[in-house]
Write a protein of this length. Sequence first.
Length: 262
Amino acid sequence: MEFRPCIDIHNGRVKQIVGSSLEDQDDQARENFVAVKDARYYAQLYRENGLKGGHIVLLNPASSPYYEADRTQALLALAAYPGGLQIGGGVDADNAAAYIEAGASHVIVTSYVFQDGRINMEHLDKICMAVGKQHLVLDLSCRMKDGCYYIVTDRWQMFTEEKVDDSTLDMLTDYCDEFLIHAVDVEGKCQGIEQRLVRQLGEWCGSPGRKVITYAGGVHSYEDIDLLRGLGSGKINVTVGSALDIFGGELVFDEVLRRIRN
């Protein structure tokens, strides 16, 4: 189990938001925290603490007037920590290699690969060719519907027909280096983790040769971290956002690192 930090960028600012509140119309979201410092500050903080594999997420769509401001912040972070951070948000086969060249260790994709409710195998092959699967993270962020977890796209608002289950994970594992999974229904709400999802992912990770999974969503206490470690059999990496003191929360950044590393 490792700590994987985050830098979420919305309307050109580092923020923590309630994931399910994100809307493309008028670039709205319910905010938990808006940073005074820029993305470079957080990248340097993560570098100083030896944290790798954190994700930068551009939360505005490419059509937004804020998207270039998001990109500017993201590129500042990548320059501050070359090889230490992943990036997602508007990534496709045409621009993915440029992000790797700018310092990203991996690119993260969802909407480019999951289109019209299904996996677009042509796009998946293209982006694998563009950067190599060793530089690709598939974002399988999901929401509950009819008793199952379904992958959601377009800033987590659109349900696909693809479930987050053993079959999907097994099929996609040959195309990427890692999976990133936000539990969108609890993302940013600081009300506890999605226990059923974590248990399901932990069971999948328990078999030899399985890909790394980073879970994000709902962590709001040190006990949540211990619970996630137990339910995930110590195999699932964790991201903590709004609950951290560096993002206005109550969990002390250094203490979270100490507990996870110990």
